[in-house]
Design a protein around this ligand. Structure first.
Ligand code: ADP
Length: 340
């Protein structure tokens, strides 16, 4: 089960409005250090007339990995092909993209941590020497042909850098971690996108939407669209702070920006698991949901908000989580240091 609400945090690509996605790095908000480093590498590659080194982005969903994969080729003035890790089941699935590369092209692989070992190993020589082995013919007539590729830039995106093997990680010359956005940057994104969506919003309302968007641009976009719909049908189209609050309340987004699934996680950890430490598998099974959804979409923001801690023995709810959920801490929590 994934998030079921209309205000989903989930990285469902069709939910991303292409009109809201910046197409140049100069139009991206925040991530200044990452952008600056990339601009230097891009400029140097252009001056040397070489391909840009392979780039790996990691970080929770919705923070801009795919956006970078749109902006980088556009800065380089080269085409880009989009592939998804789970769809690459065998090396042959990668061959058409590799053999049809256009000069200095970018190849983007989303969820690169989900490619099977055989595909990963096939990519090693492609990335390092721009060569692959092609099997031509069948049965006893089969022979291996070493095929030279056009030099290209691979951009990989992952929500789980820890799941990548060392040899694959080491083949990326540029590795960037995308962090959550500041309240200021997110407010800026909400203001810009309200303009693009042609809806009037006050500064206070933009700050309110940003505050309840889990420090994540995709979530901010989703929530802005909902608030816009609400304003249109209930408030003559203008988004004021009150309208934003009413709309988000109706969608069950709380003061910290947590939605139903986030709160169900905290409720399970606190009430059912007595505050932990509890393994993520147990929490997922108790909630009747899948571990990956919790690990990718729920936990990163709860950790960042200091509502949970990840320990070697499992997840623990913090004092802030008890206060936020308005639940009393159990007397037998076994974690005295956390509350005193
Ligand atoms: P990811 O690939 O990390 O899951 P995306 O790049 O698809 O995330 O981002 C989701 C949406 O968030 C984009 O469509 C875009 O509208 C918005 N977004 C992401 N990063 C930025 C940014 N730095 N500035 C402005 N908007 C952004």
């Amino acid at each position: 089960m994934t998030r079921e609400t209309i205000l989903s945090n989930s990285p469902v690509p069709e939910e991303d409005d292409p009109n809201l996605r910046p197409s140049r790095m100069a139009d991206m908000v925040g991530q200044r250090d990452v952008i600056e480093r990339l601009q230097i590498a891009i400029e140097a590659a252009r001056q040397r007339d070489e391909v840009l080194g392979h780039v790996l982005f990691d970080g929770p969903p919705g923070l801009g990995k795919t956006t970078f994969a749109h902006c980088i080729p556009s800065e380089l003035g080269v085409p880009v092909d989009f592939l998804s890790g789970p769809s690459l089941k065998a090396p042959k699935d990668l061959v058409p993209s590799l053999t049809n590369l256009r000069p200095k092209q970018v190849l983007f692989i989303d969820e690169i941590h989900r490619i099977p070992k055989a595909v990963e190993e096939y990519m090693y020589t492609a990335m390092e020497d721009f060569r692959i082995d092609l099997i031509l013919g069948d049965g006893i007539n089969a022979r291996t042909h070493n095929f030279k590729l056009r030099p290209f830039t691979l951009i990989g995106a992952t929500t789980r850098a820890g799941m990548l093997t060392g040899p694959l990680r080491d083949r990326f010359q540029i590795r960037e971690h995308l962090d959550f956005y500041s309240q200021e940057d997110l407010t800026e994104i909400v203001c810009r996108n309200a303009m693009k969506l042609n809806v009037e919003i006050t500064d206070e309302a933009a700050a309110e939407v940003a505050l309840r968007s889990r420090s994540t641009p995709r979530v901010a976009n989703n929530r802005l669209r909902w608030v816009r719909d609400f304003a249109q049908s209930r408030a003559a189209g203008k988004i004021t702070a009150q309208v934003a609050q009413d709309a988000l309340k109706m969608a069950e987004i709380d003061s910290l920006g947590l939605d139903r699934l986030d709160r169900r996680y905290l409720d399970t950890l606190i009430r059912v698991c007595l505050g932990g430490p509890t393994g993520i598998g147990t929490i997922a099974a108790t909630m009747n949901t899948v571990t990956d959804t919790l690990a990718d979409e729920v936990e990163p923001f709860l950790l960042r908000s200091e509502l949970i801690l990840r320990t070697p023995r499992g997840r623990i709810a913090t004092a802030k989580a008890y206060a936020h959920m308005q639940l009393d801490r159990p007397t037998n929590s076994g974690q005295p240091g956390l509350f005193d």
